[in-house]
Design a protein around this ligand. Structure first.
Ligand SMILES: Nc1ncnc2c1ncn2[C@@H]1O[C@H](COP(=O)(O)OP(=O)(O)O)[C@@H](O)[C@H]1O
Ligand SMILES: [Mg+2]
Length: 226
């Protein structure tokens, strides 16, 4: 076995109660490993802490205690700007609601992670155009998010997540807002990333059919993955 891409050890996270009540303990010592080139599904009831965990694993939020290691780098050792750079280079994020920038076209949205890492627009737009073609939406490249269907918006956000050729995709209910046909399409794309590009995918989902296709299913319950 090659070494895991991501390792989380004893992750704890609580949220303070605004009214001065007891804090809400969401994560109570989560341990997990994400192997290279695998699809891992995270399941659990609503409010069980799935999104909280995904944000922590992706370095978008910090745990109260515990550590997240990327290869052998402890993410807590990175200062804020290094962490942002690291995230932008190694990870792609897909959310339930696409979070595309409304004032930019599909092409510009997809280019964004590359532009942030200092690439020229001409170079970035060439790769973004390849991604648009791969996802069958090349005719939509100059449309803004509001001019796209839900399925198209989600394909654009997948393309954006892939722009910097990340090793890990973190997806929070990426098909939660889509009809069956688009759900299948987005899933096929995710599984193809594993098979064709060797990408690892950590996927939060409610849907059993999705979890069933994954290499591994982890359930969060009472703040832990057992
Ligand atoms: N920023 C926050 N402040 C306070 N409570 C929060 C915050 N984010 C999430 N929570 C609470 O933490 C719990 C877990 O939330 P979340 O991780 O979003 O669960 P899931 O994604 O499994 O539905 C929920 O009870 C939620 O209300
Ligand atoms: Mg959630």
């Amino acid at each position: 076995m090659s070494q895991p891409l991501l390792v989380a050890k004893e992750i704890h996270k609580s949220y303070q109660d605004q009214d001065g009540g007891a804090p809400l303990e969401v994560l109570r010592g989560v341990n997990l490993e994400v192997a290279q080139s695998t699809v891992t599904a995270i399941v659990g009831s609503s409010g069980s802490g799935k999104s909280t965990l995904l944000h922590i694993l992706g370095g978008l939020d910090k745990p109260d205690s515990g550590d997240v290691f990327w290869n052998n780098t402890n993410m807590a050792s990175l200062k804020e700007d290094k962490l942002a750079e690291f995230r932008n280079r190694n990870m792609g994020f897909v959310f339930q609601f696409h979070h595309l920038l409304p004032e930019f076209t599909a092409l510009e949205n997809i280019c964004m992670p590359a532009l942030i890492s200092g690439e020229s627009f001409s170079k970035a737009s060439k790769r973004a155009t390849d991604l648009l073609t791969r996802f069958g939406i090349e005719k939509r490249k100059n449309h803004r998010p509001t001019q796209l269907s839900g399925g198209e918006q989600q394909r654009v956000s997948m393309a954006r997540a892939l722009m910097n050729r990340p090793q890990l995709i973190l997806a929070d209910e990426p098909t939660g807002n889509l009809d069956d046909e688009n759900t299948e399409l987005i899933l096929d794309m995710l599984f193809e990333l594993r098979d064709r590009d060797g990408v690892s995918i950590l996927l939060i989902t409610h849907e059993e059919s999705i979890a069933g296709r994954s290499d591994r299913i982890l359930e969060i319950k009472n703040g832990v993955i057992s």
